[in-house]
Design a binder for this molecule. Structure first.
Ligand code: PBG
Length: 427
């Protein structure tokens, strides 16, 4: 069953239930509107009609305007359908005087056409960024905790997945590498190897799809033998400025390969300004920074860490990621990232943190991104598999709610599935 949350209905009065209206990219890469309609129950169920006489076009008599007017003035009023009868209520319905309400908000919700007219938030495949896991292998390996997601082989599976996404209007991806253990080290130096997995994948994708927008993750955790986002000192402290120094090299290496947007997700202090300076010094003024401004130390990242085998070897990430109990602190981070030159501010996770998305939306003029993280994805998938919820409807509703809260773009593992829904494709 399709989601109707984003739909613009059409011909609703003719017994046609429109399930999808979306944007479908045509070969010219422009979008055209697609409608798929499914005949459902008899319109009788919904519409009370007073007369059937006027089915089909009414025959013209060849009269002029003046003759038509004269006929009406003379009292020969042509027939039109009678006022429709009042629909009957079921037997036993109490007969009550209507309440003298000055406002009945349901009036604006009474038909699909009105609901579509007054819908305040829209969503389109253009709002999605598709996170993709890549590895060195040739085959795609399913990720146990994320049904439907794979570690994609960078030369085959990755390219095919991007082609599928572009087919339905998703032309932005963010790459997450599964790095061989043997290449991990305490200082994560593989993260700025120009011939590493991510730079190679970027060059391949840009070669095939020059207009694809590639976001990268800037953080040491996939490359760090300690599994932390930063360099770990012997007493367990995550070193800030030394880590930032490495992140700058990582961002420059990604930019050199053709990344469009580098996205520091590590929550070190001052890294946005440092990365901006490093990019500019190397001639990458055109490369954007999407800062993970408010990234919380969340248990919703569990499936992701399984996907990349990137669990911290000890402890947790609470000395750099934010406390889930905090709200005002997100403003401190927002002001820092803005003044350091971030182009996009990101909130992560998504659905449990809608208030933070709204906070950033109301306090910054920059575009806001929301990351619907692995745990959010897996919960919806699991609920769907167990038939406890309607996966597709919950998926579309959660994405719409992230938009309503103030997100311009959404990083979501549902990007392809949701875009197919919006395009009216069922697979
Ligand atoms: C690490 C990173 C994480 C995610 C994106 N980048 C995990 C973490 O902070 O441990 C999580 C994404 C997800 O759960 O979907 N830099």
């Amino acid at each position: 069953m399709a989601s109707s949350i984003v739909n613009v209905p059409f011909q609703a009065m003719k017994g046609v239930d429109c399930h999808y209206v979306g944007l479908k990219p045509s070969t010219s890469s422009k979008f055209s509107c697609v409608k798929t309609a499914i005949r459902v129950r008899s319109p009788r169920l919904f519409v009370v009609r007073a007369s059937e006489k006027h089915d089909g076009p009414i025959k013209k008599l060849g009269l002029s305007d003046a003759e038509c007017e004269a006929a009406v003035v003379a009292g020969n009023v042509p027939e039109a359908p009678p006022v429709p009868p009042k629909p009957a209520a079921p037997a036993g319905t109490p007969v009550v005087p209507s309440y003298p309400l000055s406002r009945r908000p349901r009036r604006n919700r009474k038909s699909p056409v009105l609901r579509a007219a007054f819908q305040e938030t829209q969503i389109s495949p253009a709002n999605f960024v598709y996170p993709l896991f890549i590895h060195e292998g040739e085959e795609d390996t399913p990720i146990g905790a994320m049904p439907g997601c794979y570690r994609l082989g960078w030369r085959h599976g990755l390219v095919e997945e991007v082609a599928k996404a572009r087919d339905v209007g998703v032309n932005s991806v963010v790459l997450f590498p599964k790095v061989p253990d043997a290449l991990k080290s305490p200082i994560g130096d593989e993260s700025y190897n120009d011939n590493g997995l991510v730079p190679r994948a970027i060059r391949l994708l840009k070669d095939k799809y020059p207009d694809l927008v590639i976001y990268t993750d800037v953080a040491l955790d996939p490359y760090n033998s300690d599994g932390h986002d930063g360099i770990v000192r012997e007493d367990g402290v995550i070193m800030n400025d030394e880590t930032t120094y490495q992140l700058c090299k990582q961002a420059v290496s990604q930019a050199r390969s053709g990344a469009d947007v580098v996205s520091p997700s590590d929550m070190m202090d001052g890294r946005v300004g440092a990365i901006r300076e490093a990019l500019d010094a190397e001639g990458f003024q055109h490369v954007s920074i999407m800062s993970y401004t408010a990234k919380f130390a969340s248990s919703f990242y569990g499936p992701f860490r399984e996907a990349l085998d990137s669990n911290p070897r000890f402890g947790d990430k609470k000395t750099y990621q934010m406390n889930p109990a905090n709200y005002r602190e997100a403003l401190v981070e927002t002001h820092e990232d803005e003044s350091e030159g971030a182009d996009i501010l990101l909130v992560k996770p998504g659905l449990p943190y809608l208030d933070i998305i709204r906070l950033l939306r109301d306090n910054s003029s920059l575009p806001i991104a929301a990351y619907q993280v692995s745990g959010e994805y897996s919960m919806i998938k699991a609920g769907g598999v167990l038939k406890m919820i309607d996966e597709e409807k919950v998926m579309m509703e959660s994405l719409m709610c992230l938009r309503r809260a103030g997100a311009d773009i959404i990083l979501t593992y549902f990007a392809l599935q949701a875009a197919r829904c919006l395009c009216g494709e069922k697979r």
